[in-house]
Design a protein around this ligand. Structure first.
Ligand code: SF4
Length: 455
C-alpha cells in the first residue's frame, strides 16, 4: 500500500505536496519522494524515512516549481530500498523529462517487464511505478503522443494503479479500470489542482470541488485548463466494473477520508453495529477497540449494544503501524512497544475486544495477553471482517497464504491460541451490507474471488 499526491498550479507546489504526503503517512512509512517541475526542469528528491524526516524546509526550498508529484511507500513487491522508492524519473536526451508515482500492484508485471526488456528498455528497480513510466517513455520514443501512450499502457497492464504522471509542464492522473485503490482530486480556492490517494490529504490542503478519478479515467492538467479524456470503453470491456478494495474501508484508510462514495468512519460504524447483531445475549462491562483503526468499529458496536466504549488500550503514536512493517521480527518488536493497557482498569471486567482484522494473528495474541495480565475476567474478541484466507495481489501486504493464520488453524484453534473466551468474525454477507454498493467491491482476500489473476 502506498499514497500518492499531485499538485498543479501553485508556486508552493512542493510544500503542498509535502503536507499532502504527511496526511497520507499512514499509507506508507518506509520511504517517500517528490518530483517537482518549474516548467523547465524536473527535480527529484527521495529517501528512506518519514515525510517529516526526508523533507525539511531547506530541502523543499531546493524544489522550486508549480507542479509536484509525491509518494509515500509501503513495500509490497520489491525490496525496501531507495531504488524502489517513488516517484521514478525518466531522463531523455533533453534531461529529466517525465516522473511518475503510483499506488497499487500490477498482476502482469513480469510479463510486461520482459516485453520492455526485449525492446532494450532498462530497469533500475523492481517497482511497478518504474515499469509504468518507462512504458510511457518507450511509447513516446516511438512517436506516440502522451494521451495515446497512457491509453496503450492501460490497454496492456493489468492490476491496481492509481497514478500521477508529470512532464515538465503538465500533470496527468490515471486510474485502473477496476479502481481498486482510491484516488480523488479537487481544487483549492486559488485554482490549484490537487490529486491524492485519500480525501484527508485534500482536506489538509483546503481543496474543494472534489471528484473521484473515474475508472480507466485519464485527466490532464496544464496551463490551458483541465481535460477529462474519454477512454475507449471497448478497450476495457473485460475489466469494466469497479472492484474497490474493501480493506481500505475496514482498515487501511484514515477514518476521516471519503472514498468509493462513502465516509470511511460511517462504514466502520456500520461494521460494528453488524457485529453487535449476533451478540444480544453476551454480558459485557465495556467495549475496547484495538486502536486506532478499530475505534469506529468498536464505537458502532458499543452504540448498538448500549455498552460503554472504553479506551483501555493506549497506543504509542510514535511507532509505525505494525501491519505495514515489512519484516516479522520488526513487527513483533513493534507490538510490544506500541500498546499498553490502562493500569487498574481491567480488573474483574468482562471485555468485548474489537479488532478490524486478523491477518497473521501475532499482534492480537500479545494484546490479549496484555489485557489478561491487567486483570480482565473474560475477553470476547469480535473482528470487523471475515477471516483473511487469501493473499492480496493488488497492494496489501498479505504475501503468502501460509502466513495467514486462518489457513493454518481452525477458528476454534485460533480462539484457543489467542486466549480469548469467544471469537467471532463479521461474515462476508454482513460485510456486504455495510457498504452502499457491495457489487463494486473486491473481497478476494476473504473469498478468493480475484477480479484479476496474477500472470
Ligand atoms: Fe483489498 Fe483484499 Fe481485494 Fe486486496 S484482495 S484489493 S486487500 S479486498
Amino acid at each position: 500500500m502506498c499514497g500518492i499526491i499531485g499538485v498543479f498550479g501553485s508556486p508552493e507546489a512542493s510544500r503542498m505536496a509535502a503536507l499532502g504526503m504527511f496526511a497520507e503517512q499512514h499509507r506508507g512509512q518506509e520511504s517517500c519522494g517528490m518530483a517537482v517541475s518549474d516548467g523547465k526542469l524536473i527535480r527529484l528528491h527521495k529517501s528512506m524515512g518519514l515525510v517529516k524526516e526526508v523533507f525539511s524546509d531547506e530541502c523543499l526550498a531546493q524544489l522550486p516549481g508549480y507542479i509536484a508529484i509525491g509518494h509515500v511507500r509501503y513495500p509490497t513487491k520489491g525490496t525496501a530500498t531507495r531504488f524502489n522508492s517513488q516517484p521514478h524519473l525518466v531522463e531523455t536526451l533533453f534531461g529529466p523529462s517525465y516522473a511518475l508515482a503510483s499506488n497499487g500492484d500490477l498482476v502482469n508485471y513480469a510479463e510486461m517487464r520482459s516485453k520492455l526488456e526485449a525492446e532494450n528498455v532498462y530497469f533500475n528497480s523492481d517497482n511497478d511505478g518504474e515499469l509504468l513510466v518507462k512504458y510511457i517513455a518507450w511509447q513516446l520514443a516511438q512517436g506516440q503522443g502522451i494521451i495515446d501512450a497512457i491509453r496503450l499502457l492501460m490497454g496492456e497492464v493489468k492490476g491496481a494503479y492509481s497514478s500521477v504522471f508529470s512532464t515538465r509542464d503538465e500533470l496527468y492522473m490515471f486510474r485502473d479500470p477496476l479502481s481498486i485503490r482510491p484516488m480523488v482530486w479537487g481544487k483549492t480556492a486559488d485554482g490549484t489542482v490537487v490529486v491524492a490517494s485519500e480525501s484527508c490529504a485534500l482536506d489538509t490542503l483546503d481543496a474543494v470541488q472534489r471528484s473521484e478519478v473515474p475508472p480507466a479515467g485519464i485527466i490532464r492538467i496544464n496551463c490551458e485548463g483541465i481535460t477529462v479524456i474519454e477512454n475507449d470503453p471497448n478497450l476495457y470491456r473485460s475489466q469494466r466494473s469497479n472492484r474497490y478494495c474493501v480493506f481500505e474501508q475496514i482498515y487501511f484508510s484514515r477514518p476521516d477520508s471519503h472514498h468509493f462514495g462513502e465516509n470511511v468512519f460511517e462504514v466502520r460504524q456500520k461494521i460494528g453495529a453488524a457485529l453487535a447483531e449476533g451478540d444480544s445475549g453476551l454480558a459485557a462491562d465495556c467495549v475496547i477497540p484495538v486502536p486506532d483503526s478499530s475505534n469506529f468499529i468498536a464505537l458502532g458496536y458499543a452504540e448498538a449494544r448500549d455498552i460503554p466504549l472504553s479506551l483501555g488500550l493506549i497506543r504509542n503514536h510514535y511507532i509505525g503501524r505494525t501491519f505495514i512493517k515489512p519484516e516479522q521480527t520488526i513487527r513483533d518488536e513493534s507490538v510490544r512497544q506500541k500498546f499498553n493497557a490502562l493500569p487498574n482498569f481491567f480488573t474483574g471486567k468482562n471485555v468485548v475486544l474489537v479488532d478490524d482484522s486478523i491477518v497473521r494473528g501475532t499482534t492480537i495474541r500479545k494484546i490479549v495477553k496484555m489485557i489478561k495480565n491487567a486483570g480482565a475476567a473474560e475477553i470476547h474478541l469480535r473482528v470487523g471482517s471475515p477471516q483473511v484466507c487469501h493473499s492480496c495481489h493488488y497492494g496489501i501486504d498479505t504475501p503468502t497464504r501460509e502466513e495467514l493464520v486462518a489457513n493454518r488453524f481452525s477458528l476454534e484453534e485460533i480462539r484457543e491460541r489467542t486466549g480469548v473466551d469467544s471469537l467471532r468474525h463479521l461474515d462476508i454477507t454482513g460485510l456486504r451490507k455495510c457498504v452502499e454498493s457491495p457489487a463494486d467491491y473486491c473481497y478476494a482476500c476473504f473469498d478468493g474471488d480475484y477480479p484479476l489473476e496474477e500472470t
